[in-house]
Design a binder for this molecule. Structure first.
Ligand code: NAD
Length: 251
């Protein structure tokens, strides 16, 4: 067994599914004690049982500041420390701007941006001996997608929030970074990957020619959460098979 985060306590918000679940598995296999925080508390509990190694699950709604504060405070009280916080909670509600209602906009921004703010704020408060915070932004933070104004805007905000937090928290030994994935095969994007013409377009515009797996992203999170990246902060790391690179027509 390798031990890249041995002895550390890691809270993975959104850890019951997709990228968060792959991250929880990888952190646990590298020696961390993992607390899964998710709005899907039943899913989180069964994942924690599957993980073993002292893993726990708690109900967290990232839009509710009190619930985010509680998970970090109680983890510190129960396990003695919080070293790593990963925020994987997210959703992408579609709608063209002229049709998009305010509630849909607010829900997306609340979960993807304000939730990220609550996680960084309360993780940092609980990290008395320094630590590492990793958020999941998106390729859509810098590559616009028609029909996803709220999602693109919120993820762009989360990328900037990562940089501001890195500036403010560095002197306390807290590193704040993000991973920016392209298309990753999880329940979140089944509506895209199940449509052949959409999938073909993504594949054609991804130099490495395939979708990502949750594990691809989890490996980058592990790097940013571990001491291997001890001099890296304020970084938003593209993990997308090269999809952020603009492809010109062949000549
Ligand atoms: P997923 O749907 O598989 O997992 C998301 C998890 O977040 C679920 O367990 C869900 O219950 C939880 N969650 C949702 N709302 C929550 C809330 N209010 N409070 C707490 N937990 C909540 O999705 P995923 O693809 O693994 O997405 C993880 C992150 O990666 C998201 O932030 C998403 O925007 C981002 N992302 C995903 C892709 C992709 O292609 N899958 C690409 C770029 C970025």
């Amino acid at each position: 067994m390798s031990t890249r985060v041995a002895g550390k306590v890691a809270v993975v918000i959104g850890g019951a599914s997709g990228i968060g679940w792959a991250t929880a598995q990888l952190l646990a296999s590298e020696g961390a004690t993992v607390v899964i925080g998710d709005i899907d508390v039943d899913g989180g509990r069964s994942r924690a049982v599957e993980l073993g190694r002292g893993a726990e699950a708690v109900c967290v709604d990232v839009v509710d500041e009190e619930s985010v504060r509680t998970v970090f405070e109680e983890t510190r009280a129960r396990l003695g420390r919080v070293d790593i916080a990963v925020n994987c909670a997210g959703l992408n509600l579609p709608g063209f701007i002229t049709e998009l209602d305010a509630d849909t906009w607010r829900r997306t921004v609340d979960i993807c941006l304000t939730g990220g703010f609550f996680v960084i704020k309360h993780a940092a408060r609980a990290m008395e001996a320094g630590g590492a915070i990793v958020s999941i932004t998106s390729l859509n933070a810098r590559q616009a997608a028609a029909g996803f104004a709220g999602y693109c805007s919120a993820k762009a905000g989360l990328a900037m929030l990562t940089e501001v937090a890195a500036l403010e928290l560095g002197e306390r030994g807290i590193r704040v970074n993000a991973v920016s994935p392209g298309l990753v095969e999880t329940p979140l994007v089944e509506g895209l990957t199940s449509v052949p013409v959409i999938q073909a377009d993504f594949t054609e515009n991804t130099p490495l020619g395939r979708n990502g797996s949750p594990r691809d992203v989890a490996e980058a999170v592990l790097y940013l959460a571990s001491d291997a990246s001890s001099w890296t902060t304020g970084e938003v790391l593209d993990v997308n098979g090269g999809a952020h690179l603009r492809r010109y027509p062949d000549v």
